[in-house]
Design a protein around this ligand. Structure first.
Ligand code: ZN
Length: 182
């Protein structure tokens, strides 16, 4: 059986910090622009997204902003989330800031039907399924509760109702699980 993941997390953070373009992990609440983002999100989602500072991890460029209480999460939980966020770091490298603002933030709509954001998030949630299978086992990746949570992220207020078609998100999940089961 694997240890509690402390070594895995430590080695991963070290590797991120040592890359050609180092990735840093910092606490969100210490940044004025993140507190501002929190207020804006509460406003545009009519209070639907009110956990931006307390629960959500956000990646901007090569910085991963973590929420309050991050260090109290288990090392494996933190590792799992960081693997998802690093997909976003690579997207920033691929698309640049302007590209990310356009694709993630605005296209074709910022709220309700945000296909660009949905595809970028799906790439990261596919990694969430892969890393879940790696660290907790394939059964954990197949857990319907995890799938419901992912579907909720796409169809609910967390990301401003980015893709309100649960059956499509479930089909993406099923395709990724088929891939993993190979
Ligand atoms: Zn994400």
């Amino acid at each position: 059986m694997r240890d509690n993941g402390e070594a895995l997390l430590r080695d991963y953070l070290t590797a991120l910090a040592q890359g050609p373009r180092p990735v840093r992990v910092v606490e969100k609440g210490g940044f004025w622009h993140q507190r501002l983002a929190d207020r804006l999100l509460r406003t545009i989602t009519l209070g639907g997204q009110d956990r931006y500072l307390s629960e959500y991890v956000t990646t901007l460029g090569h910085t991963i902003y973590v929420p309050d209480g991050w260090s109290e999460r288990s090392p494996l939980a933190r590792y799992t989330v960081l693997r998802h966020e690093v997909v976003h770091v690579r997207q920033f490298e691929r698309w640049g800031w302007l590209g990310m603002v356009l694709v993630y933030g605005l296209l074709p709509f910022p709220i309700g039907l945000a296909y660009g954001r949905a595809r970028l998030e799906w790439e990261a949630y596919a990694e969430t399924l892969r890393v879940t299978a790696e660290v907790y086992g394939l059964e954990a990746a197949c857990d319907p509760r995890l799938h419901d949570e992912i579907v909720g992220r796409f169809t609910g207020p967390d990301y401003a109702w980015m893709w309100p078609f649960p059956s499509m998100v479930r089909a993406w999940i099923a395709a990724e699980l088929t891939e993993l089961q190979r």
